[in-house]
Write a protein that binds this ligand. Structure first.
Ligand code: BGC
Length: 767
């Protein structure tokens, strides 16, 4: 184990402990008391789910902690006979590998049927039952509404009932990639309930830390509803290739808090601690388009702990349907000792309170009284500050872009009979090709070296001007997987992927997955960190920064330049297989977490790739599905994390999603990529496709239509076996010939790629 790995592991343990969310703790059931005898049930105490499956989770680790051993080692008094029983069961009933594919681990694993007598007898020699319930999900593997997915299996439920019958205290730990049905906890009067998520290779230790006394400080980044059917995206979620985002901007708490708060079991932002905090507002100032708050947090209880101050905004009446409340900013304290107080300065721009008006394509704030709530969760209204805006303001004028091209209904409110819908504004499909990048021309054929650009001797334009179409086309193809141009086992090499290109001093940059640690296909080891959802549940930007700084350290040690992560799609529905990689149902939490991650990587002079742009919210049919959503939902919810990330961190690279958005595959979606992301947000980095993604219209996607990709402002196709020989048979050169692609467009893409390559450590390696 290398030094970098040791450092990552120790930060990962802290992050896993901070991401645990405690939802119930009746009569101080936790932390465990000294000498308290615990009986641990459920195979996942040993067979711990450390991460999700697929590219975002398949990290080869040096070791894996588990809950049982961690508790035993921490000195907890664990029922030995039961531990032996489960060790034996797990070794005799290994989980099926579902066929051995990277993404086909079973969603749940068989548990032993325990008879009543067994449970009763175990209870006689123990004080407390701890039950671990596990689920898995991942890339190309959505969860499902049924027993073993969203619902508990009969065996899990029967075991819980038996535990409730015989034990004084029952503690349940949910070792899951995303929210699952939690309604049974109330019915069975579970004493303590914790989402322990999937905590990476140190996850077992982190669970022991929290059970034995580290105060949990995680808060939900998703709403837990009473029933799956309460989520507005649940009806027909896994049906069809066209996915209509009928709930529009009303995702997660935006929906529940606006229309049906009674359907919520645990609200967004909620989480308990072993101590109590009091939040108060010291000052609130609005000036120069910025809101500045000073919040004081005092630990009123008897144990040390951390608190999160969440600032929500409640807007005044609005001509368009608006969520009643949205998160504007948040901050976390350090560990406060009993009685200690900390003052937090929280500031954010007024634009965080704006909405997108798709009647005339602009962002607005309306006049009227706004309420800012300094809260412990979205329901808490104990500290409210009011301020008034005296005139309506248009903060930014845009153009109508990437709008749906077919009519569908979107949610706009509720009345006594239920949801109300209106028609979404529709636009005729058109392909905009305006302001085409001009071809850069330079007299003479003299070629330069890339370091001449780095050293400021020539401009990037002068460098690309003499390059042949063939060379330019080659730059716009990534090589993978396991390219020989870079260290073995990585997802891609890009930049100098042919002899001709390396002769020009273009190094080959290595990119690999992400986000939960480095994935090397050849089995090389790296550290598996907690899943994205868990990191976000820490509500600790600094901690996310630290985790990614550590991942950056491992990248340097391994000759990896670009991480294919973090993932930051919105949690639209709890069954999406890749939710684990992503952060939250809230765009600001997602964008702020992503920005912290990128900033952390940069301290090691490596970069990250934000993925997957955009609206990749279901794994089933992910390569052919078409997400149909209003321009408003696209900008206010699904692209918003990226807009925040650009504001907070200036990302260097993004990856488009496999699916289409409003009829156009994401990798060739001109209006989304060039129009909104580059044009409006000012993103100036490299855009790549997902691996072997289809391009062009959603009705007839093709892997070969690189011309459509380049025209759209997506720079590089991932991946070819051999970029030089055009092994993917793309149409770049043919399109140049027939005029449907210009040399200027191709040069522009090559420049975006080379600018990134020049920032990466590969330029030093190549010397
Ligand atoms: C995933 C990406 C990943 C890529 C390379 C694709 O299947 O969707 O997120 O980065 O593979 O492993």
């Amino acid at each position: 184990m290398t030094d970098a790995m040791r450092k990552t592991a120790s930060t990962a343990r802290k992050a896993a402990a901070e991401g645990i969310v405690m939802l119930e703790n009746k009569n101080g059931a936790l932390p465990l008391k000294r000498g308290e005898k615990i009986a641990i049930f459920g195979r996942c105490q040993i067979d711990y789910n450390a991460g999700g499956t697929g590219s975002g989770g398949s990290v080869h680790t040096e070791y894996q902690s588990d809950i049982l051993s961690a508790l035993e080692n921490s000195g907890a008094s664990v029922n030995r006979a039961l531990a032996d029983f489960y060790r034996n069961w797990v070794s005799k009933n290994p989980p099926s590998d579902g066929g051995g594919m990277w993404a086909s681990r079973p969603l749940f694993r068989e548990e032993p049927e325990l008879d009543d007598g067994f449970v009763r007898k175990t209870a006689e020699s123990s004080d407390t039952a701890v039950m671990v319930i596990g689920r898995s999900a991942g890339e190309e593997q959505d969860s499902f509404f049924g027993k073993g997915g969203w619902l508990l299996t009969d065996t899990e439920l029967n075991t819980l009932k038996a535990l409730r019958g015989y034990f004084k205290k029952v503690i349940v730990l949910l070792n899951v990639p995303a929210v699952i049905d939690t309604s049974w906890a109330g019915e069975l009067k579970i004493d303590a309930l914790l989402y322990i998520w999937q905590g990476g290779q140190e996850g077992g230790e982190a669970v022991a830390d929290v059970l034995c006394g580290v105060s949990p400080s995680g808060r939900l980044t998703d709403t837990i509803a009473k029933n799956y059917s309460d989520y507005p995206s649940s009806a027909g979620y896994d049906e069809g290739d066209k996915i209509y985002y009928k709930e529009d901007i009303f995702v997660g708490y935006r929906y529940f808090e606006s229309f049906c708060p009674e359907k919520v079991l645990y609200p967004f932002g909620f989480g308990l601690s072993y101590t109590e905090f009091k939040i108060s507002c010291r000052s609130a100032v609005i000036s120069g388009g910025e809101i500045r708050l000073k919040a004081a947090v005092r630990n009123m209880g008897k144990m040390p702990g951390k608190e999160v101050v969440q600032v929500y905004a409640e807007p005044p009446e609005c001509p368009l349907p608006r969520p009643k409340i949205t998160l504007a900013e948040f901050a976390k304290t350090h560990i406060l000792s009993p009685g200690e107080e900390q003052e937090l300065e929280i500031k954010f721009p007024l634009s965080r309170l704006s909405y997108y008006d798709d009647r005339d394509a602009c962002y607005r704030v309306d006049k009227g009284v706004y309420r800012l709530v300094l809260a412990k969760n979205v329901r808490d209204r104990s500290v409210v500050v009011r301020f008034e805006l005296y005139k309506d303001e248009v903060l930014r004028r845009c153009r109508s872009l990437a709008a749906p091209t077919e009519a569908f209904e979107r949610l706009c409110g509720f009345d006594e009979n239920g949801p109300l819908y209106e028609k979404t504004p529709v636009k005729k499909a058109e392909r905009r090709r305006e302001n085409l990048p001009a071809e850069v021309i330079r007299p003479g054929k003299k070629k330069f070296m890339l370091h001449d650009v780095r050293e400021g001797n020539i401009s990037i334009n002068e460098f690309v001007a003499p390059l042949s179409n063939k060379d330019l086309a080659c730059i716009c193809r990534g090589e993978g997987m396991n390219s020989k141009h870079v260290r073995p086992g990585t997802g891609t090499a890009f930049g100098g992927v042919s002899r001709g290109l390396s002769k020009l001093g273009i190094p080959a940059a290595a990119g690999t997955d992400g986000p939960s640690g480095l994935r090397f296909d050849n089995g090389d080891k790296a550290t598996l960190v907690p899943i994205g959802t868990m990191l976000a549940c820490s509500w600790n930007k600094k901690l996310i920064f630290d985790i990614y700084r550590r991942i950056g350290g491992e990248m340097r040690e391994n000759g990896v330049d670009l991480l294919l992560g973090p993932g930051f799609n919105i949690h639209r529905n709890p069954l999406c297989g890749r939710n684990f990689e992503y952060f939250s149902e809230d765009p600001y939490v997602s964008g702020a977490a992503a920005a912290s991650a990128l900033n952390g990587l940069r301290t090691k002079h490596v970069c990250g790739t934000l993925k997957h742009i955009a609206a990749n919210n279901r794994e089933k049919g992910r390569k052919t599905s078409d997400s149909i959503l209003s321009e408003r939902a696209l900008r206010e919810i699904y692209l918003k994390p990226l807009e925040y990330a650009v504001e907070l961190s200036k990302p260097e690279a993004i990856m488009t999603a496999y699916n289409a958005v409003n009829g156009e595959m994401c990798g060739s979606n001109y209006e989304m990529l060039t129009g909104i992301i580059r044009g409006e947000y000012g993103f100036s980095g490299m855009i790549m496709t997902d691996w072997w993604a289809g391009l062009g219209r959603a009705s007839s996607p093709s892997r070969r239509d690189s011309a459509a990709m380049l025209r759209a402002g997506c720079d590089i196709y991932m991946v070819h076996k051999s970029p030089k020989t055009n092994s993917g048979a793309d149409n770049t050169l043919a399109a140049l010939k027939d005029g449907s692609l210009t040399r200027g467009e191709l040069q522009q893409a090559a420049k975006n790629i080379l600018r990134l390559v020049m920032k990466l450590p590969c330029v030093e390696r190549g010397k």
